[in-house]
Write a protein that binds this ligand. Structure first.
Ligand SMILES: Cc1ncc(COP(=O)(O)O)c(C=O)c1O
Length: 438
């Protein structure tokens, strides 16, 4: 009998990686692959930084494990780094966990506990969005709008209660319709009215879609008005910034870009840059105090706030800051978008190239005019990813459900012109080869 070594379900990409350095991955058979997506849009500072390895080693030697609620020097250094340099001042409370899904679970628990602590047990709906991804735990799978990642679970996980994700390219009123913002805000208002504001605890949203939609930004002004509507209806705003946080979209957080003040903000991925399994749930004093006064617990995960994860994260954030890497994100992103637009912007199978900072999406369609997608069975994105790997570039497959053929780019903030040129060329050639064969 054949032994399936890795991963859990049999899969053969025909490639094994040995090591990584900077923006590159090195294969077992001696090839070099440019990582155009920083893994799963994780590696903000690039791979293999000695300073981070040293910080992790120091932390493990000092404190390999201490129960999460106790303060240690490694935890204290991370809390100081976060509060002094990154978090919006109104998000003063910090809960740490081992990744984005756990951090989102904590956020939802805080929102529900908060509403209960105010004597509002009926306010227990967590609104999410039609296209969204918040994680892989059962609850996050259920409430996310990511069809592909919950196949076979539908009979068990909760049905998401959603508003429409603003998708300017595919707005039902027409492509980039001038009334798109009002159309989507109207959907939010109608949904609140239909469900009753007294029954809704919070809206959980990605300010810019990650993998489910591939860097979809809402129409200008959408988030600030959405926040006003939520506030007027006493509904919390939870920003899932697992992908967009810590500089990825050219601001410390996408919330800053849109000038909104979420009641709870979640980060993961770039917070540890791939060096640590870490996620953060950040909330206001008001929420934390209310939960405390009600006598509820906020339980920790056993491996939350591991000293070595905190030390890695602190060092990654220090490198981002001291090397001014976040300041490079917007110019790099604009350079990539420009290159992509000139190489594939007019391609008959590219619906659009979009993005903010270094979170970029390329939507592939069978027909550009009607935006008709390729048949699902063709697995176009998987084929493009495979071709890219063969040509020496890792491209991240995104998209789900009806809009499934989206390639995401999210390289390290340290990439240079040579890498950008290679990334764009290989993406163009991979798309060409795959669409010609289909
Ligand atoms: C926006 C967003 N939220 C949550 C998650 C889940 O994070 P994790 O895979 O670290 O559990 C992801 C992962 O892709 C994500 O992109």
């Amino acid at each position: 009998m054949e032994i399936v070594k890795w991963p859990f379900l049999k899969q053969d990409w025909g490639i094994e990686f040995e090591s990584s350095k900077g923006a590159y991955l090195y294969t077992k058979d001696g090839r070099k692959v440019l990582d155009a997506a920083g893994g799963a849009i994780v590696s903000n500072i690039g791979y293999g930084r000695e300073e981070v390895a040293d910080a992790i080693a120091r932390a493990v030697k000092n404190n390999s494990y201490i129960l999460p609620p106790f303060l240690t020097p490694e935890r204290e250094a991370l809390l100081d780094e976060l509060r002094e340099h990154w978090l919006p001042p109104h998000l003063s409370r910090i809960h740490l966990s081992s990744g984005g899904s756990e951090a989102n679970e904590s956020a939802v628990k805080l929102a529900i506990q908060y509403q209960n602590s105010r004597g509002k047990p009926k306010k227990n709906i967590i609104l999410t969005r039609s296209l969204s991804y918040h994680g892989t735990t059962l609850n996050m799978s259920g409430i996310s709008g990511h069809q592909a990642r919950k196949r076979g679970l539908e009979s068990y996980v909760p049905e998401p209660i959603t508003i429409e994700t603003p998708y300017p390219l595919r707005c039902p009123l027409g492509k980039y319709h001038p009334d798109a913002k009002d159309y989507y805000l109207d959907d939010l208002k109608k949904t609140i009215k239909r469900l009753g504001a007294n029954n809704i605890a919070a809206l959980l949203m990605e300010p810019i879609n990650g993998s489910s939609g591939g860097a979809i930004s809402p129409p200008d002004g959408y988030w600030i008005e959405a926040q006003e509507i939520l506030r007027a209806n006493d509904i919390l705003l939870i920003a899932d910034e697992v992908m967009t946080g810590f500089g990825r979209v050219g601001y410390d957080f996408a919330s800053n870009l849109y000038d909104i003040e979420p009641d709870i903000l979640i980060a993961g991925k770039g917070m540890g840059g791939g060096y640590a399994a870490i996620g953060g749930t950040y909330s206001t004093d008001k929420i934390a105090d209310s939960i405390q006064e009600a006598g509820y617990e906020v339980m920790f995960h056993t491996f939350a706030a591991l000293p070595q994860s905190c030390a890695a994260s602190t060092e990654v954030l220090r490198i981002l800051r001291e090397e001014k890497l976040c300041e490079k994100v917007n110019p790099l992103g604009e350079n990539i978008l420009q290159n992509l637009n000139s190489e594939i912007g007019q391609h008959p199978n590219v619906a659009e190239v979009r993005g903010k900072g270094l979170l970029i999406g390329i939507e592939i369609v069978e027909d550009k005019a009607s935006l008709k997608p390729f048949d699902e069975s063709k697995k176009i994105t998987g084929q493009i990813m495979q071709k890219g790997l063969e040509m020496g570039v890792f491209l991240y497959p995104g998209g789900t459900g009806t809009y499934r053929d989206i390639i995401c780019l999210g390289p390290a903030f340290t990439i240079g012109d040579e890498e950008i040129e290679l990334m764009v060329k290989v993406l163009r050639d991979s798309i060409n080869t795959v669409v010609q064969n289909n």
